[in-house]
Design a protein. Structure first.
Length: 468
């Protein structure tokens, strides 16, 4: 047996059939954007100026109810009465020839808050939630000042525009359906959305509903966006309604202990069971949200400053400990080329002290040797060498002196003095040789004759060659 085709809602079939039609002779339906419990929404253009708008068309079965038709058309009037850029303005309304009731509104570009939280895994950051809540409260303050209570605040009815704006959709829708007497129940339409209903609305006590009803719904939205869970959790919608009627909301810190105290105060007070215990109006809650947002930003700033500072290798470090002001602080980093260990311990203050690397001790200056003693010692050594050379014996067996150079010969007087001195030396040497020969014993006949050494000469030491 083959699988059965999925059941298609009759409202969806009827909505698709309208694509291409022109409502009121001027609005051409170009594209089906969505189908809700009360109406279908189309992208449309005006036949003259081609202005792109959003057109809501009431479902066929509801068009027969005069009260529903009246209140549906009143929605545009209520939105325009709010007179705030965050309330979607109505451009036109009417009933076409076939009895289709429609409402023409500005077309938005962006995404709903429900789509945003789904894209982020079911939760949003605290700071983002506070920013969105501040925008919603700005719209609610204007609406409540005009005695308009939304009564159906939920992520599906909050739109985030592409330029960062916040829009509140569907003013008066829940109010429209409560007084119709229609037995047909649509989730989020007849009774609103149970997860975002305060106790007085869940019990049907309409006389107790006022602006603080919207504040409870906003608190429930913030609780859901921050924690990822609803205020009341049950298996069926009726059980959720029962909990909303009878059980006070949990403290958000019990679900999320790490939440900033001022943020917890904003949400817990908005979710108070008794209306008198809630914020008195949207303006006071908006002021508290702004204060909580400042506290969160300060906490984030301290967490950033608590990160350790890491110097790059080419950074110059002072010799003493360096005090880094908050304005000059940078987040710690590591790079593959210079990995460093990071200390994750929290710092006690906004000023971070880093201990600089001590400089290397200076090298002691090299002592310069005095030049005068060295010069004296060198002169003495040179004189000693000269004296030793003068005292060495003259070698008579040495080779004759080299031939005179081409320099001019000395004068005759100088040559005569040199010859005379040489004769005197030869005579003295002969006399000394005769005296030594008389005193010395006669040599043996077998001994070789060795000329006598000069009396002042020193015998040269004889070095024996070592055998290795």
């Amino acid at each position: 047996m083959g699988e059965s085709a999925p059941e298609v809602d009759e409202d969806v079939i009827a909505a698709r059939a309208r694509i291409g039609q022109t409502l009121g002779g001027k609005w051409r339906l170009d594209e089906l954007l969505g189908v809700g419990g009360m109406a279908a929404v189309y992208a449309a253009t005006h036949k003259n100026n081609l202005k792109s708008v959003a057109v809501k068309v009431l479902h066929v079965e509801l068009q027969r109810n005069e009260a529903v038709r009246t209140r549906f058309l009143r929605e545009g009037y209520v939105a325009n009465k709010v007179g705030h850029p965050g309330a979607v303005a109505a451009i036109d309304d009417g009933v076409d020839e076939e009895g289709a009731v429609y409402l023409v509104m500005e077309r938005l570009s962006g995404q709903s808050l429900a789509q945003r939280v789904d894209s982020q895994g079911g939760k949003l950051g605290v700071r983002e939630v506070l920013v969105v809540a501040e925008g919603i409260l700005d719209v609610l303050a204007a609406a409540h000042a005009q005695n308009v209570v939304h009564r159906d605040l939920k992520p599906d009815n909050v739109f985030l525009t592409g330029d960062g704006g916040v829009k509140v959709l569907d003013f008066g829708v829940a109010r429209v359906l409560e007084n119709t007497g229609d037995a047909k129940t649509r989730t989020g339409v007849v009774m609103g959305t149970p997860e975002y209903m305060p106790p007085e609305q869940a019990r049907g006590r309409s006389e107790h509903i006022d602006g603080r009803t919207d504040l409870w719904a906003l608190g429930a939205m913030m609780f859901r966006l921050v924690t990822g869970r609803y205020v009341h959790v049950a298996e069926t919608q009726n059980e959720v309604l029962l909990l909303a009627m009878t059980e006070p909301a949990k403290k958000i810190a019990d679900v999320m202990p790490s939440i900033q105290p001022k943020v917890a105060e904003v949400i817990d007070r908005a979710l108070a069971y008794e209306p008198l215990d809630r914020w008195k109006d949207a303006e006071s809650m908006r002021a508290a949200v702004k204060s909580a947002l400042a506290a969160v930003e300060e906490q984030d700033s301290k967490a950033t400053l608590a990160a350790p500072l890491v110097h790059d290798d080419d950074d110059e470090v002072d010799d003493a400990a360096t005090t880094i002001p908050v304005s000059d602080f940078v987040r710690a980093k590591t790079t593959p080329s210079s990995p460093r260990a990071i200390d994750d311990s929290p710092k006690p203050s906004l000023w971070v002290h880093t201990k600089a690397t001590p400089p290397e001790p200076p090298k002691p200056p090299q002592k310069k040797r005095p030049l005068l003693p060295i010069a004296i010692a060198s002169a003495a050594l040179a004189a000693l060498c000269v004296g030793i050379a003068y005292e060495l014996p003259k070698n008579h067996d040495a080779a004759p002196p080299p031939a005179p150079s081409t320099l001019a010969a000395p004068s005759a007087s100088v040559a005569e003095e040199v010859d005379a001195a040489a004769d005197d030396d030869a005579g003295d040497e002969l006399d000394m040789d005769e005296d030594d020969a008389a005193a010395a014993p006669a040599p043996s006949s077998t001994a070789k004759h060795t000329p006598a050494a000069h009396p002042t000469s020193r015998p040269r030491p004889h070095h024996k060659k070592r055998r290795h």
